[in-house]
Design a protein around this ligand. Structure first.
Ligand SMILES: [Ca+2]
Ligand SMILES: [Ca+2]
Length: 384
């Protein structure tokens, strides 16, 4: 009985989108099958407003950020958690605080990680920052050494929302991609003179990468890879090298975008959602000059995170996108096939039926999920 209820809830979510008459051409229809669950869900630990997690390659540790400003390392067999000393001063307010953490591509030799956070500016202004430093774990303690800030949002503005600041390194290990939210200021997303509302392509030291599409327009345009983003809270490469990003839309219009060099994703000119005031925003339409999402959600699910699966534990899902939903209170799979994307399962069973903040793949291919909030559980999904 419980299973039937859950399946119907998922179907209703999917149905709301496929019934939307404003379907942009080229977007993929939903599948309508039941969201069967070929995994068990185990609660492993709990954290205080966890935001991001990453497994540190070649170690038995995972690094976890808490929005309030703590970087933690958890030894995954013993469960022992250490608080990392030496994290930067952050502005923990609203959506801001400590953000993403990923390993550098040369982690095996340097032990360096990238970290993102909200940084205070003059008065009540703030902006996202990205730093790189050495994460030393020894004798049951952990510390960051030599942390240097390698990128900042410019300008810093008032408000505490839409930092974005999710991080990904290209599969060839040569470039760092940073998502930069538009800080709830709308127009900067279309202004090449700010790096707000953009996805940036940087060298590993944070300098602008050669070959970026609008570099001729000076700095910070020389950092910019794509524009027209609102609050992109997920970014990941697929095994075939394609780059994807999840983006929080306004009232409706959450997006999964295929990220391609120089493309303009339309915010705030177009969106399949509307303003919270009720004011309409034109939908994505063929020929409007903006890149339409491959998949979108209306009503909103509030995508917090994006992981593209490459493991062995769930071979049927290799190459597919996993998305955590905050307001949608679910874990979602989107089937990726080259540059095409199709909605698949919406899992709301048990502990997955809550605000989900982060999705990660473990070194053995199991899937890990962090709930949002003050008692955010770390969940492990094991194949059945
Ligand atoms: Ca992560
Ligand atoms: Ca609209």
């Amino acid at each position: 009985m419980r299973r039937i209820t859950l399946v119907m809830a998922g179907a209703a979510l999917l149905g709301a989108c496929s019934a939307d008459p404003s379907t942009p051409s080229g977007s993929s229809p939903s599948t309508t099958g039941p969201s069967s669950q070929p995994f068990t869900i185990t609660e492993v630990a709990a954290f205080d407003e966890p935001w991001a997690m990453t497994f540190l390659p070649g170690t038995s540790y995972a690094a976890i950020t808490q929005r309030g400003g703590q970087l933690l390392v958890r030894e995954m067999s013993s469960g022992e958690v250490s608080t990392v000393e030496g994290v930067p001063e952050i502005k923990a307010e609203g959506q801001g605080g400590l953000g993403d953490v990923i390993a550098s591509p040369d982690y095996a030799t340097t032990k360096e990680v990238y970290l993102s956070w909200a940084e205070a500016g003059d008065g009540s202004t703030a902006g996202a920052a990205v730093g790189r430093g050495r994460l030393v774990i020894a004798d049951g303690a952990a510390r960051l050494e030599g942390l240097r800030v390698i990128w900042r949002q410019v300008p810093k503005v008032e408000g505490t929302g839409h930092y974005g600041h999710r991080l990904a390194v290209s599969p060839d290990g040569t470039h760092l991609f940073v998502t930069s939210g538009e800080r709830q200021k709308f127009d900067p997303a279309q202004d090449l003179g700010t790096n707000l509302g953009k996805i940036l392509r940087l060298n590993l030291d944070g300098t602008p990468a050669a070959g970026n599409p609008v570099a001729a327009q000076g700095h910070p345009a020389d950092e910019e890879w794509t524009l027209g983003h609102r609050n992109p809270l997920g970014i990941a490469f697929a095994p075939d090298g394609t780059l994807w990003s999840t983006e929080m839309g306004p009232k409706g219009g959450d997006e999964l975008n295929l990220i391609t060099k120089g493309a303009n994703y339309g915010w705030p000119k177009v969106s399949n959602g509307s303003h919270y005031s009720g004011q309409d925003i034109p939908d994505h339409a063929a020929g409007d000059g903006f890149e339409a999402p491959k998949v979108w959600w209306n009503p909103s699910i509030s995508p917090s995170s994006l992981m593209i699966y490459t493991g062995e534990a769930f071979p049927q899902w290799r190459g597919d996108a996993f998305i955590g939903a905050l307001s949608g209170q679910a874990l979602l799979r989107v089937d990726l096939d080259g540059t095409a994307a199709t909605k698949a399962e919406v899992w709301t069973q048990g502990a997955l039926g809550t605000r989900i903040r982060e999705v990660e793949q473990g070194p053995d291919g199991r899937i890990w999920v962090l709930q949002d909030g003050a008692d955010g559980k770390l969940l492990r999904l094991d194949p059945t």
